[in-house]
Write a protein that binds this ligand. Structure first.
Ligand SMILES: Cc1ncc(COP(=O)(O)O)c(C=O)c1O
Length: 406
């Protein structure tokens, strides 16, 4: 008889954002008059920039003409996009990454969850705590995380690296040696970052112990401080120990358009196996390429007009981040993040749990955020607010939170 994959049954509850969505739906059905402001899920609100839209329209028209029509895209991405990425995101920063080390995809979520497939099941993963839930859940689905302990809210085979106020929300090198290390900077959910010198320590550590860093740089566009690295390949030795994930979702508003890429240097090996070849095989077998229209849109991100328009879009969100940060700090809340990332990490007042604060915000001032505990046990007592709302809603939400009577 057919059997389901038991690993899926180990996952506790539903995906964090489904739980939040359900709570908000139920509340608004019971209170249809309430004007709820959502600063929860990290989805963007600004429309696609004109330079990108123009490129998309042109590509759509090409699809209607026999001579310029495109069928299946190359599995690994069109050369025009791969070389544009290599040139702008890497070579322009002095990083030695070539076009054929870039694998274009439909987003970073798929890539950072699928990447574990090319590694042995007995590899041990290390994650920050709190963490973007996808890294852990995808390893649970694969059967690499062990068993879940509901008391500690931890998986038995996962190494947790607490990111707390005590270490400025930056993980310390783990005591137990991992095989795969997930790092995400600028960080979701805490909005923290690490300096280039700190990242270099991780690269040196990974090379020393023979681990691989899975580096998620989905929020790279939000970096505003000079000593924060834009890519892990700024660090010496990263080509032999790091895979990097990038997304067009947050820098160009492609959350609904869908485009991302993964970088795997050719030197990168697990034992004597070249991982570039393995991922190419996996990608070629299971993925049929991001759509031509979308890859042309991605290329337009790097044009002069595209860059200028997106700089404004990022500035718009970062103005929101400042409104949240300054407004809540001024009102006596303990806040961090929001300088190199579109997330503000807020300590819940009066020792409330993350979910107690979520309920209070929803019910008393109709503002939705994300409970920190949903990202891992060290997120308990914290709350994430995103800067991705509209300016007007952000200002209104902060005014409401300031007046909350807990
Ligand atoms: C850390 C991190 N990585 C990846 C993603 C997903 O990116 P994409 O939309 O490209 O799948 C997100 C989205 O919120 C994220 O926060």
């Amino acid at each position: 008889m057919v059997k389901a994959n038991d690993n899926y049954l180990k996952l506790p509850g539903s995906y964090l954002f489904s739980t939040i969505g359900k709570k908000v739906r139920e509340y608004s059905e019971a209170h249809p008059e309430s004007k709820i402001i959502r600063l929860g899920i990290g989805d963007v609100t600004q429309p696609i920039a004109p330079a990108i839209l123009e490129a998309m329209h042109k590509a759509v028209d090409e699809m209607g003409v026999r001579e310029t029509f495109k069928g299946y895209a190359p599995d690994l991405g069109y050369e025009f996009l791969r070389s544009t990425i290599a040139k702008n995101d890497y070579q322009a920063r002095g990083c030695d990454i070539s076009a054929d080390e870039i694998f274009v995809s439909d987003g970073a979520k798929c890539d950072c969850s699928n990447i574990q497939e090319i590694f042995s099941l007995d590899n041990k993963i290390a994650v920050c705590d709190p963490v973007y839930p996808v890294y852990v859940d995808s390893n649970v689905m694969a059967g690499r995380a062990g068993d879940y302990d509901a008391t500690t809210e931890k998986w038995s085979d996962v190494i947790y690296m607490p990111c707390t106020a005590a270490n400025n929300f930056a993980p310390e090198l783990p005591k137990e040696t991992p095989d795969l290390i997930y790092l995400c900077f600028p960080n979701n959910p805490t909005g923290s970052t690490i300096t280039k010198a700190q990242l270099q320590e991780w690269v040196d550590y990974a090379n020393k112990v023979g681990a691989i860093i899975l580096y998620d740089a989905a929020y790279e566009a939000y970096i505003s401080e000079a000593d924060v690295p834009h890519t892990i390949y700024e660090c010496e030795g990263a080509r032999t120990c790091a895979i990097e994930f990038r997304s067009f979702s947050k820098n160009a508003g492609f959350t609904g358009v869908r485009l991302g890429f993964t970088v795997i240097p050719k030197e990168l090996k697990a034992g004597d196996v070249q991982l570039h070849g393995l991922w190419a095989r996996r990608h070629g077998t299971k993925y049929n390429g991001a759509p031509y229209i979308i890859q042309r849109a991605g290329e337009a991100v790097y044009t002069e007009a595209g860059k200028a328009q997106l700089k404004e879009q990022v500035a718009y969100y970062m103005k929101n981040a400042k409104v949240i940060y300054d407004g809540l700090k001024g009102a006596g809340f303990t806040v961090s993040g929001g300088v190199n990332a579109p997330y503000i990490w807020l300590k819940t007042p009066n020792n409330m749990t993350s979910w107690e604060f979520f309920d209070a915000l929803l019910e008393k001032v109709n503002v939705v955020g994300t409970p920190g505990s949903g990202f891992g046990p060290s997120g308990e007592g914290y709350f994430r607010l995103t800067a991705f709302g509209t300016y007007e809603n952000t200002v209104e939400a902060v005014e409401r939170i300031k007046k909350i009577n807990l």
